[in-house]
Design a protein around this ligand. Structure first.
Ligand SMILES: NC(=O)C1=CN([C@@H]2O[C@H](COP(=O)(O)OP(=O)(O)OC[C@H]3O[C@@H](n4cnc5c(N)ncnc54)[C@H](OP(=O)(O)O)[C@@H]3O)[C@@H](O)[C@H]2O)[C@@H](O)CC1
Ligand SMILES: Nc1ncnc2c1ncn2[C@@H]1O[C@H](COP(=O)(O)OP(=O)(O)O)[C@@H](O)[C@H]1O
Ligand SMILES: [K+]
Length: 572
């Protein structure tokens, strides 16, 4: 943690990566052959670091340049004393891969790339160099069967004894979305689970979104000589938007910080000036709900206090004031009974940000929404407020650039049904009651159409980043889509993923109330003047860091209390 908490690095699409490589080749920075040799060498090196005693390896080489990398890996491991079997295709690859294939042939043979040929039990390690960034349609025939086989083996637990190393990506994974091409969204049957994935220059979106982290295993990002200092829009060759990511640890020199400098952040947000007073650090207002719904708002309130808001006021309706007499005692309580009352409260300009949604109740949220938005105050809308928004005739009306929406996937789908549908892709039709013949026939027809739609899938698939960017543009404000991969987009900064990869997983956040804490952290940061986009990013980073710091056994109540420990690691 510590210094790298707010560090970010570029997250590219496959097209952006290709543009980068093409530009490097066109400008004479490196030849395609040299890049391929470095890519293969990086994979071989990472393998030898982890498996220092040479063993038996089977290298699976596909029809393109990913296969070319595979031939390099085979040659270098052979040179290092490994027993190497190569399975490949007859088809002629491009010139660079063809040259690498020729060089391999000088050392060993190539068997057919088939399920029968695989004989994984005879190997200690499998290298998957079948498809990388060039995969744009679902694998078919023998290769599809082989990939399914590898995927099933992993699920049966065989991967524990027979690890698989993926070159650039586990084959079948769409590197733009993190979904498996040809499979239903969320289904991983068509791609192997790697123990280690070695990718080149920059992570791609699919490495960190959706199934990416689970399929990639440990992700190593190897330098192949395209490294650019002082990054973003490197060489001016990449079409925007260039997304950023944070999460997995990476070397300091790979970090891109100028949008979101750690030092500046710590100075402005996580410290307090020696001469300031409570009103120098903002006043956060939380519009809590009626009787029996107070817990969520109190979780948010505690988080806002811990993140350093000078004052936090909890504002339930009068009848629920008594319930909020519970700790934390640092909270102030003040009833807000309806829109007029709210407008009156917000005449106090020292209230610098507001939160509506956690435990507020949908009806109360609906009643307060318009008044709150009308004031133009920096505002976080979460939970019930998002549902209330989605039920309005014009759900996005009145939203302004000072707003942050923090939906999970269900709330996102209510607010942006068309985007969610695009993201979901083909869905298995619900099975009819067995006795209804007509319905059964219709179901079979729907199933056939569904399978045809899966086979017709073409990459790059629509991704969570695409969906959140579209949502933010429509809403005219910052949108944070919660999940293991939290995605943020908004008018004030580049699209961003708070990744939950192999070394940055925060699965303990999957517990009731953790979303309320996230909303509270963002509220606290915004009350202190962070702005909506930064507030969302600060929230996502601190939320995950607190969960990782606490670890197993975490409940949402622990998150705010763990924040001081996280701050202490930031050396402020
Ligand atoms: N560029 C560089 O300088 C560097 C690139 N590097 C490496 O190159 C990789 C990208 O190489 P790539 O573009 O050749 O794509 P790749 O992933 O090998 O697959 C494309 C091949 O598969 C085929 N194909 C696709 N779908 C298929 C299907 N469903 N079923 C069957 N076939 C299918 C497709 O055929 P086509 O679609 O043209 O008919 C084509 O032949 C990248 O991941 C990295 O590892 C590194 O060496 C560093 C330097
Ligand atoms: N597996 C996971 N890894 C990382 N973060 C997760 C995971 N599952 C859930 N989260 C995070 O936990 C929070 C859950 O929020 P939400 O769904 O609103 O729950 P609740 O309404 O119970 O508070 C979100 O911030 C989400 O990003
Ligand atoms: K691969």
């Amino acid at each position: 943690m510590g210094k790298d908490l707010f560090a970010s690095r570029e997250l590219l699409t496959s097209a952006q990566m290709r543009a980068l490589e093409n530009h490097a080749m066109a400008t004479g920075l490196a030849t395609g052959l040299a890049l391929m040799e470095r890519a293969g060498a990086a994979v071989a090196q990472e393998i030898r670091l982890r498996w220092p005693v040479p063993g038996r390896v089977v290298v699976l080489c596909g029809p393109g340049n990913n296969g070319g990398d595979g031939y390099v890996v085979a040659r270098l491991l052979d040179e290092a004393g490994w027993q190497v079997r190569v399975l490949g295709l007859e088809t002629a690859p491009g010139p660079d891969a063809a040259e690498m294939k020729r060089r391999w042939r000088e050392r060993g043979g190539i068997e057919a790339l088939t399920v029968e040929g695989l004989r994984r039990e005879e190997a200690d390690l499998t290298v998957d160099a079948i498809f990388g960034t060039g995969l744009t349609r679902p694998p078919e025939g023998e290769i599809a069967a082989l990939l399914r086989d590898l995927g099933n083996a992993a699920r049966d637990g065989h991967a524990v004894s027979q690890p698989l190393v993926a070159v650039d990506a586990p084959s079948g994974l769409c590197l733009d979305s993190g979904a498996v091409l040809g499979a239903r969204r969320g289904a991983d049957a068509g791609a192997p689970h790697a123990r280690l994935t070695v990718t080149f220059d920059s992570p791609r979106r699919g490495h960190v979104l959706e199934l990416g982290p689970a399929l990639c295993g440990e992700l190593v990002i190897a330098d192949i000589g395209l490294a650019r200092q002082g990054r973003v829009a490197p060489f001016g060759a990449i079409a925007p938007p260039i997304a950023l990511m944070s999460g997995p640890r990476f070397a300091a020199e790979q970090a891109f910080e100028s949008h979101f400098g750690h030092d500046e952040l710590c100075r402005n947000l996580l410290t307090k000036s020696a001469t300031g007073h409570k009103f120098s650090h903002g006043h956060a207002l939380i519009l809590a709900g009626g009787l029996g719904q107070g817990g969520a708002a109190r979780l948010s309130a505690k988080a806002a206090l811990r993140v350093g808001a000078g004052l936090v006021t909890l504002a339930p309706p009068t009848e629920a004031l008594g319930e909020h007499a519970l700790p934390p005692d640092a909270l102030m309580r003040r009833a807000v009974d309806g829109p007029e009352d709210l407008l009156h409260r917000l005449e106090d300009k020292r209230i610098t940000a507001a939160l509506l949604g956690p435990g507020s109740g949908i009806e109360r949220a609906a009643a307060l929404l318009s008044a709150l938005l009308e004031t133009g105050r920096p505002t976080v809308l979460d939970a019930d407020a998002l549902t209330a928004l989605s039920r309005r005739a014009e759900p996005l009306a009145g939203l302004h650039p000072g707003c942050v929406l923090t939906p999970h996937l269900g709330e996102f789908a209510r607010l942006f049904p068309d985007l969610a549908e695009k993201l979901r892709g083909p869905v298995l039709p619900a099975s009819p009651p067995p006795e209804d013949m007509a319905a059964a026939l219709a179901w079979h027809a729907a199933l056939k159409a569904d399978q045809a739609a899966l086979a017709a899938m073409r990459g790059p698939l629509y991704s969570k980043l695409d969906a959140v960017c579209e949502a933010a543009a429509r809403a005219g404000c910052t949108v944070l889509l919660k999940g293991a991969d939290t995605v943020i987009a908004g008018p004030d900064g580049p699209p961003f993923v708070q990744a939950s990869s192999y070394d940055a997983a925060a699965p303990w956040l999957a517990t009731a109330g953790s979303g309320d804490v996230l909303a509270g952290i963002i509220l606290g940061a915004m009350a202190r003047g962070s702005g909506p986009y930064r507030g969302a990013r600060i929230g996502a980073a601190l939320h995950a860091a607190a969960a990782r710091s606490f670890g197993p056994g975490l409940i949402a109540d622990d998150l705010p209390d763990t924040l001081p420990k996280v701050f202490h690691t930031l050396a402020i």
